[in-house]
Design a protein around this ligand. Structure first.
Ligand code: BGC
Length: 755
């Protein structure tokens, strides 16, 4: 854990140049707008350690699988959202020396992410190796209202008279650091440079996405010199040579257009790129910025969380909400949420179960239903591929196994124990349909696609189980549960519970839906599903009164995390995989994940017994782990423990808790932080379609406030240690349960309830 940034409610500030943690800060200062985004790399040349990253949503490359010994059924590739040509590139030479913070002497360095406005500001004074002192101020944003546009303003002042050569370029010769085999994913198509305008059109190898990245550089006061232009393969630049006097500030604006053939005909990407730049030039930097800030303001109106009394928690939760709203805006059903969003390469920028299991609740409560529905449509559009995926593994008759990792519907996870065995993802995808319908009331979605997915997943579960004569029930053999520190186990309670639930929900949904609009399912199949749901083995230990993570879990040595030496941690870096697999240690919530998903089924003593058994064995080495424990700890009234877990997830990246923020931020776990606060401390849940709230503040918090959208109501909920206030900001009345008691709040009314 590092102490990198001071606590501040709306800003993340880096005070002082820190080359050693540069990658961490690049991750923290990432900006995105759901369509493209990138790391907080410096605009000007930087030769120090850095991970450059400009990522375009959905633009990927199928990197061939790398394994030691091939097994039938392995995916051929791992999909990677590519590092794309960079629109920001700027080179500044002062008296023939490059401005490069890695070689200059840097003073007064400050970088600031303004989360309220979605901007990144930077200022520094640097003395170059030739003794010239320069002062720089920059302000950057990735436009929320204009999904293809990024912009920055850059001011440079030299302390002495100097000759300054400024080159604004599009640098297309970029690679992914985590490539499996090959470097160079981009083929050049065309480069253009004229006056202040530079465009590089390139094409991804294999997937053949055509991408045009364009830049336009304008000076606040037009310099008297003309631009000299230059192009080479995958590179286009405009260069200006100026003579400046001491103290004179050169101010320039660079606009960047990021256009892809995912949304525009491949032959038109360059035209579109020029149109985006023309329109942005006409509008001008300040108006573009004002539009962008306005869009962020509207975002915060529906998604902000305010915590008083705990500045660290406040900053953490806002940073997380900022990350989520920068990653997915929900206007395109072909896009999804990579575990690192636009902040790094790890996990390939592709889709995991994280979306349904962690991110969906955030978008449900903070955005219009259409946004969440697009996450469901994404899976519905990939149903054919999920059926093919199951067929490759030997399943038949329309059974679907959704991939553990995908971008286009094809499985591309490269480890057998996860690819073939971590099948609980199917349960999360099925549950998301129910979760969406119970929250929004949009039960039409069942006939619009929900039932197709549910039926195909139910077919999978019904074929995946086997009949055990010994146990006289259906068993689920050879699986990996959410706890990836055990593989190839039998009867993972969570997976089997999800299977049972899916079968029952599908049966009930089919029965409730007009027969003409439902997929064809034979009576024999229906009977089989009912039987599997009835007689599936869900292992329990009666003596301890707990559910068993898997049938043989109790054969393990029953030590706890407290028995480990600190030098053993993190296990995934210190222990052999073999030792981890045999140990009782749990990577992330597993049984407890199921108890959270179906929380209303279990009474508190049952939850308490399971929590007390499993949490002490959990090392939380997945960023997705602490948030679920936080919610359950709130339910158990253990508010201290809940706060510890909530902070661990909310400040995970800001404090570089796991020493891996340099790879990018944990975007999907950011949704876990929101879950910990709003579903945990806010007590939000939906029971029988009704909204329930039950705010409880942990020690040290003086207040908690959050906004939610539910059905036609827009509610502002705030709690202090003395009272709870709920303001209904919409015109229609809202009925809800507060701490178990039902109340109706008229439109535009507010109620106060003493605690
Ligand atoms: C977790 C998975 C998760 C993946 C991507 C892994 O470490 O164990 O549950 O899907 O990260 O976030």
């Amino acid at each position: 854990m590092k102490n990198l940034v001071a606590h501040d409610p709306w800003h993340v500030v880096q005070d002082g140049f820190d080359a050693e943690n540069n990658r961490v800060f690049e991750s923290l200062f990432s900006l995105g707008n759901g369509h493209f985004g990138g790391r907080g790399n410096h605009e000007e040349t930087y030769s120090g350690d850095s991970l450059p990253g400009n990522y375009l949503a959905g633009i990927y490359y199928p990197d061939p699988t790398r394994v030691g010994w091939w097994k039938n059924g392995y995916p051929d590739y791992f999909a990677k959202v590519l590092n794309a040509p960079d629109w920001k590139t700027l080179s500044i030479r002062v008296n023939d020396v490059e401005l490069d913070l890695a070689t200059a002497e840097v003073a007064e360095y400050r970088r600031e992410l303004n989360m309220r406005e979605g901007t990144l500001e930077r200022s520094f004074t640097a003395t170059l190796s030739n003794g010239v002192e320069v002062h720089v101020e920059s302000l950057r944003f990735v436009s929320l209202p204009n999904p293809e546009l990024g912009a920055f303003r850059y001011r440079i002042t030299c302390a002495t008279d100097a000759s300054v050569v400024i080159t604004s370029a599009i640098q297309g010769d970029v690679v992914n650091e985590d490539s499996n085999h090959e470097f160079g994913f981009w083929d050049p198509v065309r480069e253009a440079a004229q006056d202040n305008r530079t465009v590089v059109v390139s094409k991804t190898k294999k997937t053949e996405f055509v991408v045009a990245i364009g830049g336009s550089l304008t000076f606040a006061a037009e310099p008297e010199v003309e631009a000299t232009t230059f192009t080479r393969s995958l590179y286009a630049a405009s260069t200006y040579s100026l003579n400046v006097s001491a103290g004179q500030t050169i101010e320039m604006v660079k606009l960047g257009a990021n256009v892809t053939s995912r949304t525009v005909d491949p032959s038109l990407v360059e035209d579109r790129c020029n149109q985006v730049l023309d329109a942005a030039e006409t509008k001008g930097f300040l108006e573009l910025l004002a539009d962008h800030i306005g869009a962020w303001e509207r975002n915060w109106e529906t998604s902000d969380v305010q915590i008083t009394g705990d500045p660290g928690a406040q900053q953490g939760i806002r940073f997380n909400i900022f990350g989520l709203n920068s990653t997915f805006t929900g206007d395109d059903p072909d896009l999804n949420i990579g575990p690192k969003g636009f902040t790094g390469e790890k996990y390939g920028g592709v889709t995991y179960w994280d979306t349904e299991a962690f991110c969906l609740p955030f978008y449900l409560a903070t955005s219009a239903p259409e946004v969440s529905k697009n996450l469901l449509r994404y899976r519905h559009r990939q149903l054919g591929k999920a059926i093919e995926n199951a067929e490759k593994l030997g399943f038949t008759d329309g059974a679907a196994l959704y991939p553990m990792v995908t971008i286009n519907g094809e499985e591309c996870h490269n480890e057998w124990e996860i690819t073939f065995e971590e099948i609980h993802r199917n349960g999360a995808i099925a549950f998301a349909i129910f979760n969406y319908i119970r929250y929004t009331g949009d039960s039409r979605y069942l006939v619009e696609g929900g039932l197709d997915v549910l039926v195909a997943i139910s077919r999978f579960w019904a074929q995946r189980v086997s009949w055990s004569h010994k146990r006289a029930c259906w068993v689920m053999l050879g699986v990996t549960g959410p706890n990836e520190y055990e593989n190839n186990v039998n009867n993972n309670w969570y997976t089997s519970l999800m299977a049972q639930w899916t079968l029952r929900y599908t049966l009930a949904s089919l029965a409730e839906t007009d027969a003409d609009s439902v997929p064809d399912v034979s009576p024999e199949e229906l009977a089989r599903w009912a039987d599997v749901a009835e007689r599936i083995y869900l292992p329990e230990d009666a003596e301890r009164g707990i559910f068993l993570q898997q049938s043989e879990y109790l054969d393990k040595e029953m030590i706890t995390v407290a028995d480990l030496d600190s030098s053993d941690r993190p296990l995934n870096q210190k222990w052999s995989w073999d030792r981890i697999l045999r140990s009782p240690f749990i990577k992330q919530a597993d049984v407890l994940q199921g108890m959270w998903v179906f929380e209303d089924r279990f009474d508190l003593p049952t939850l308490q017994r399971n929590f007390d058994f499993y949490e002490p064995r959990t090392v939380h080495e997945s960023s997705l782990s602490p948030s679920i424990h936080a919610v359950l700890a709130v339910r158990l009234g253990r508010l201290d423990k809940a706060l510890e877990m909530m902070l661990r997830t909310a400040r995970l990246d800001l404090d570089d808790y796991n020493n891996d923020t340099e790879d990018g931020c944990h975007t999907t776990s950011m949704a876990g932080s929101w879950i910990a606060v709003v579903l945990g401390f806010g007590g939000l849940k939906i029971v029988d379609g009704q909204l329930h709230l039950n705010p409880q503040l942990p020690p040290g918090w003086d207040g908690l406030a959050f906004q939610i959208l539910h059905r036609s109501a827009r509610l502002n909920v705030s709690a202090t240690t003395e009272e709870i206030t709920i303001e209904n900001q919409s015109v229609t009345p809202a009925t809800l349960f507060l701490a178990g008691g039902q109340l109706t709040i008229a439109g535009q009314e507010m109620v106060n309830v003493p605690l």
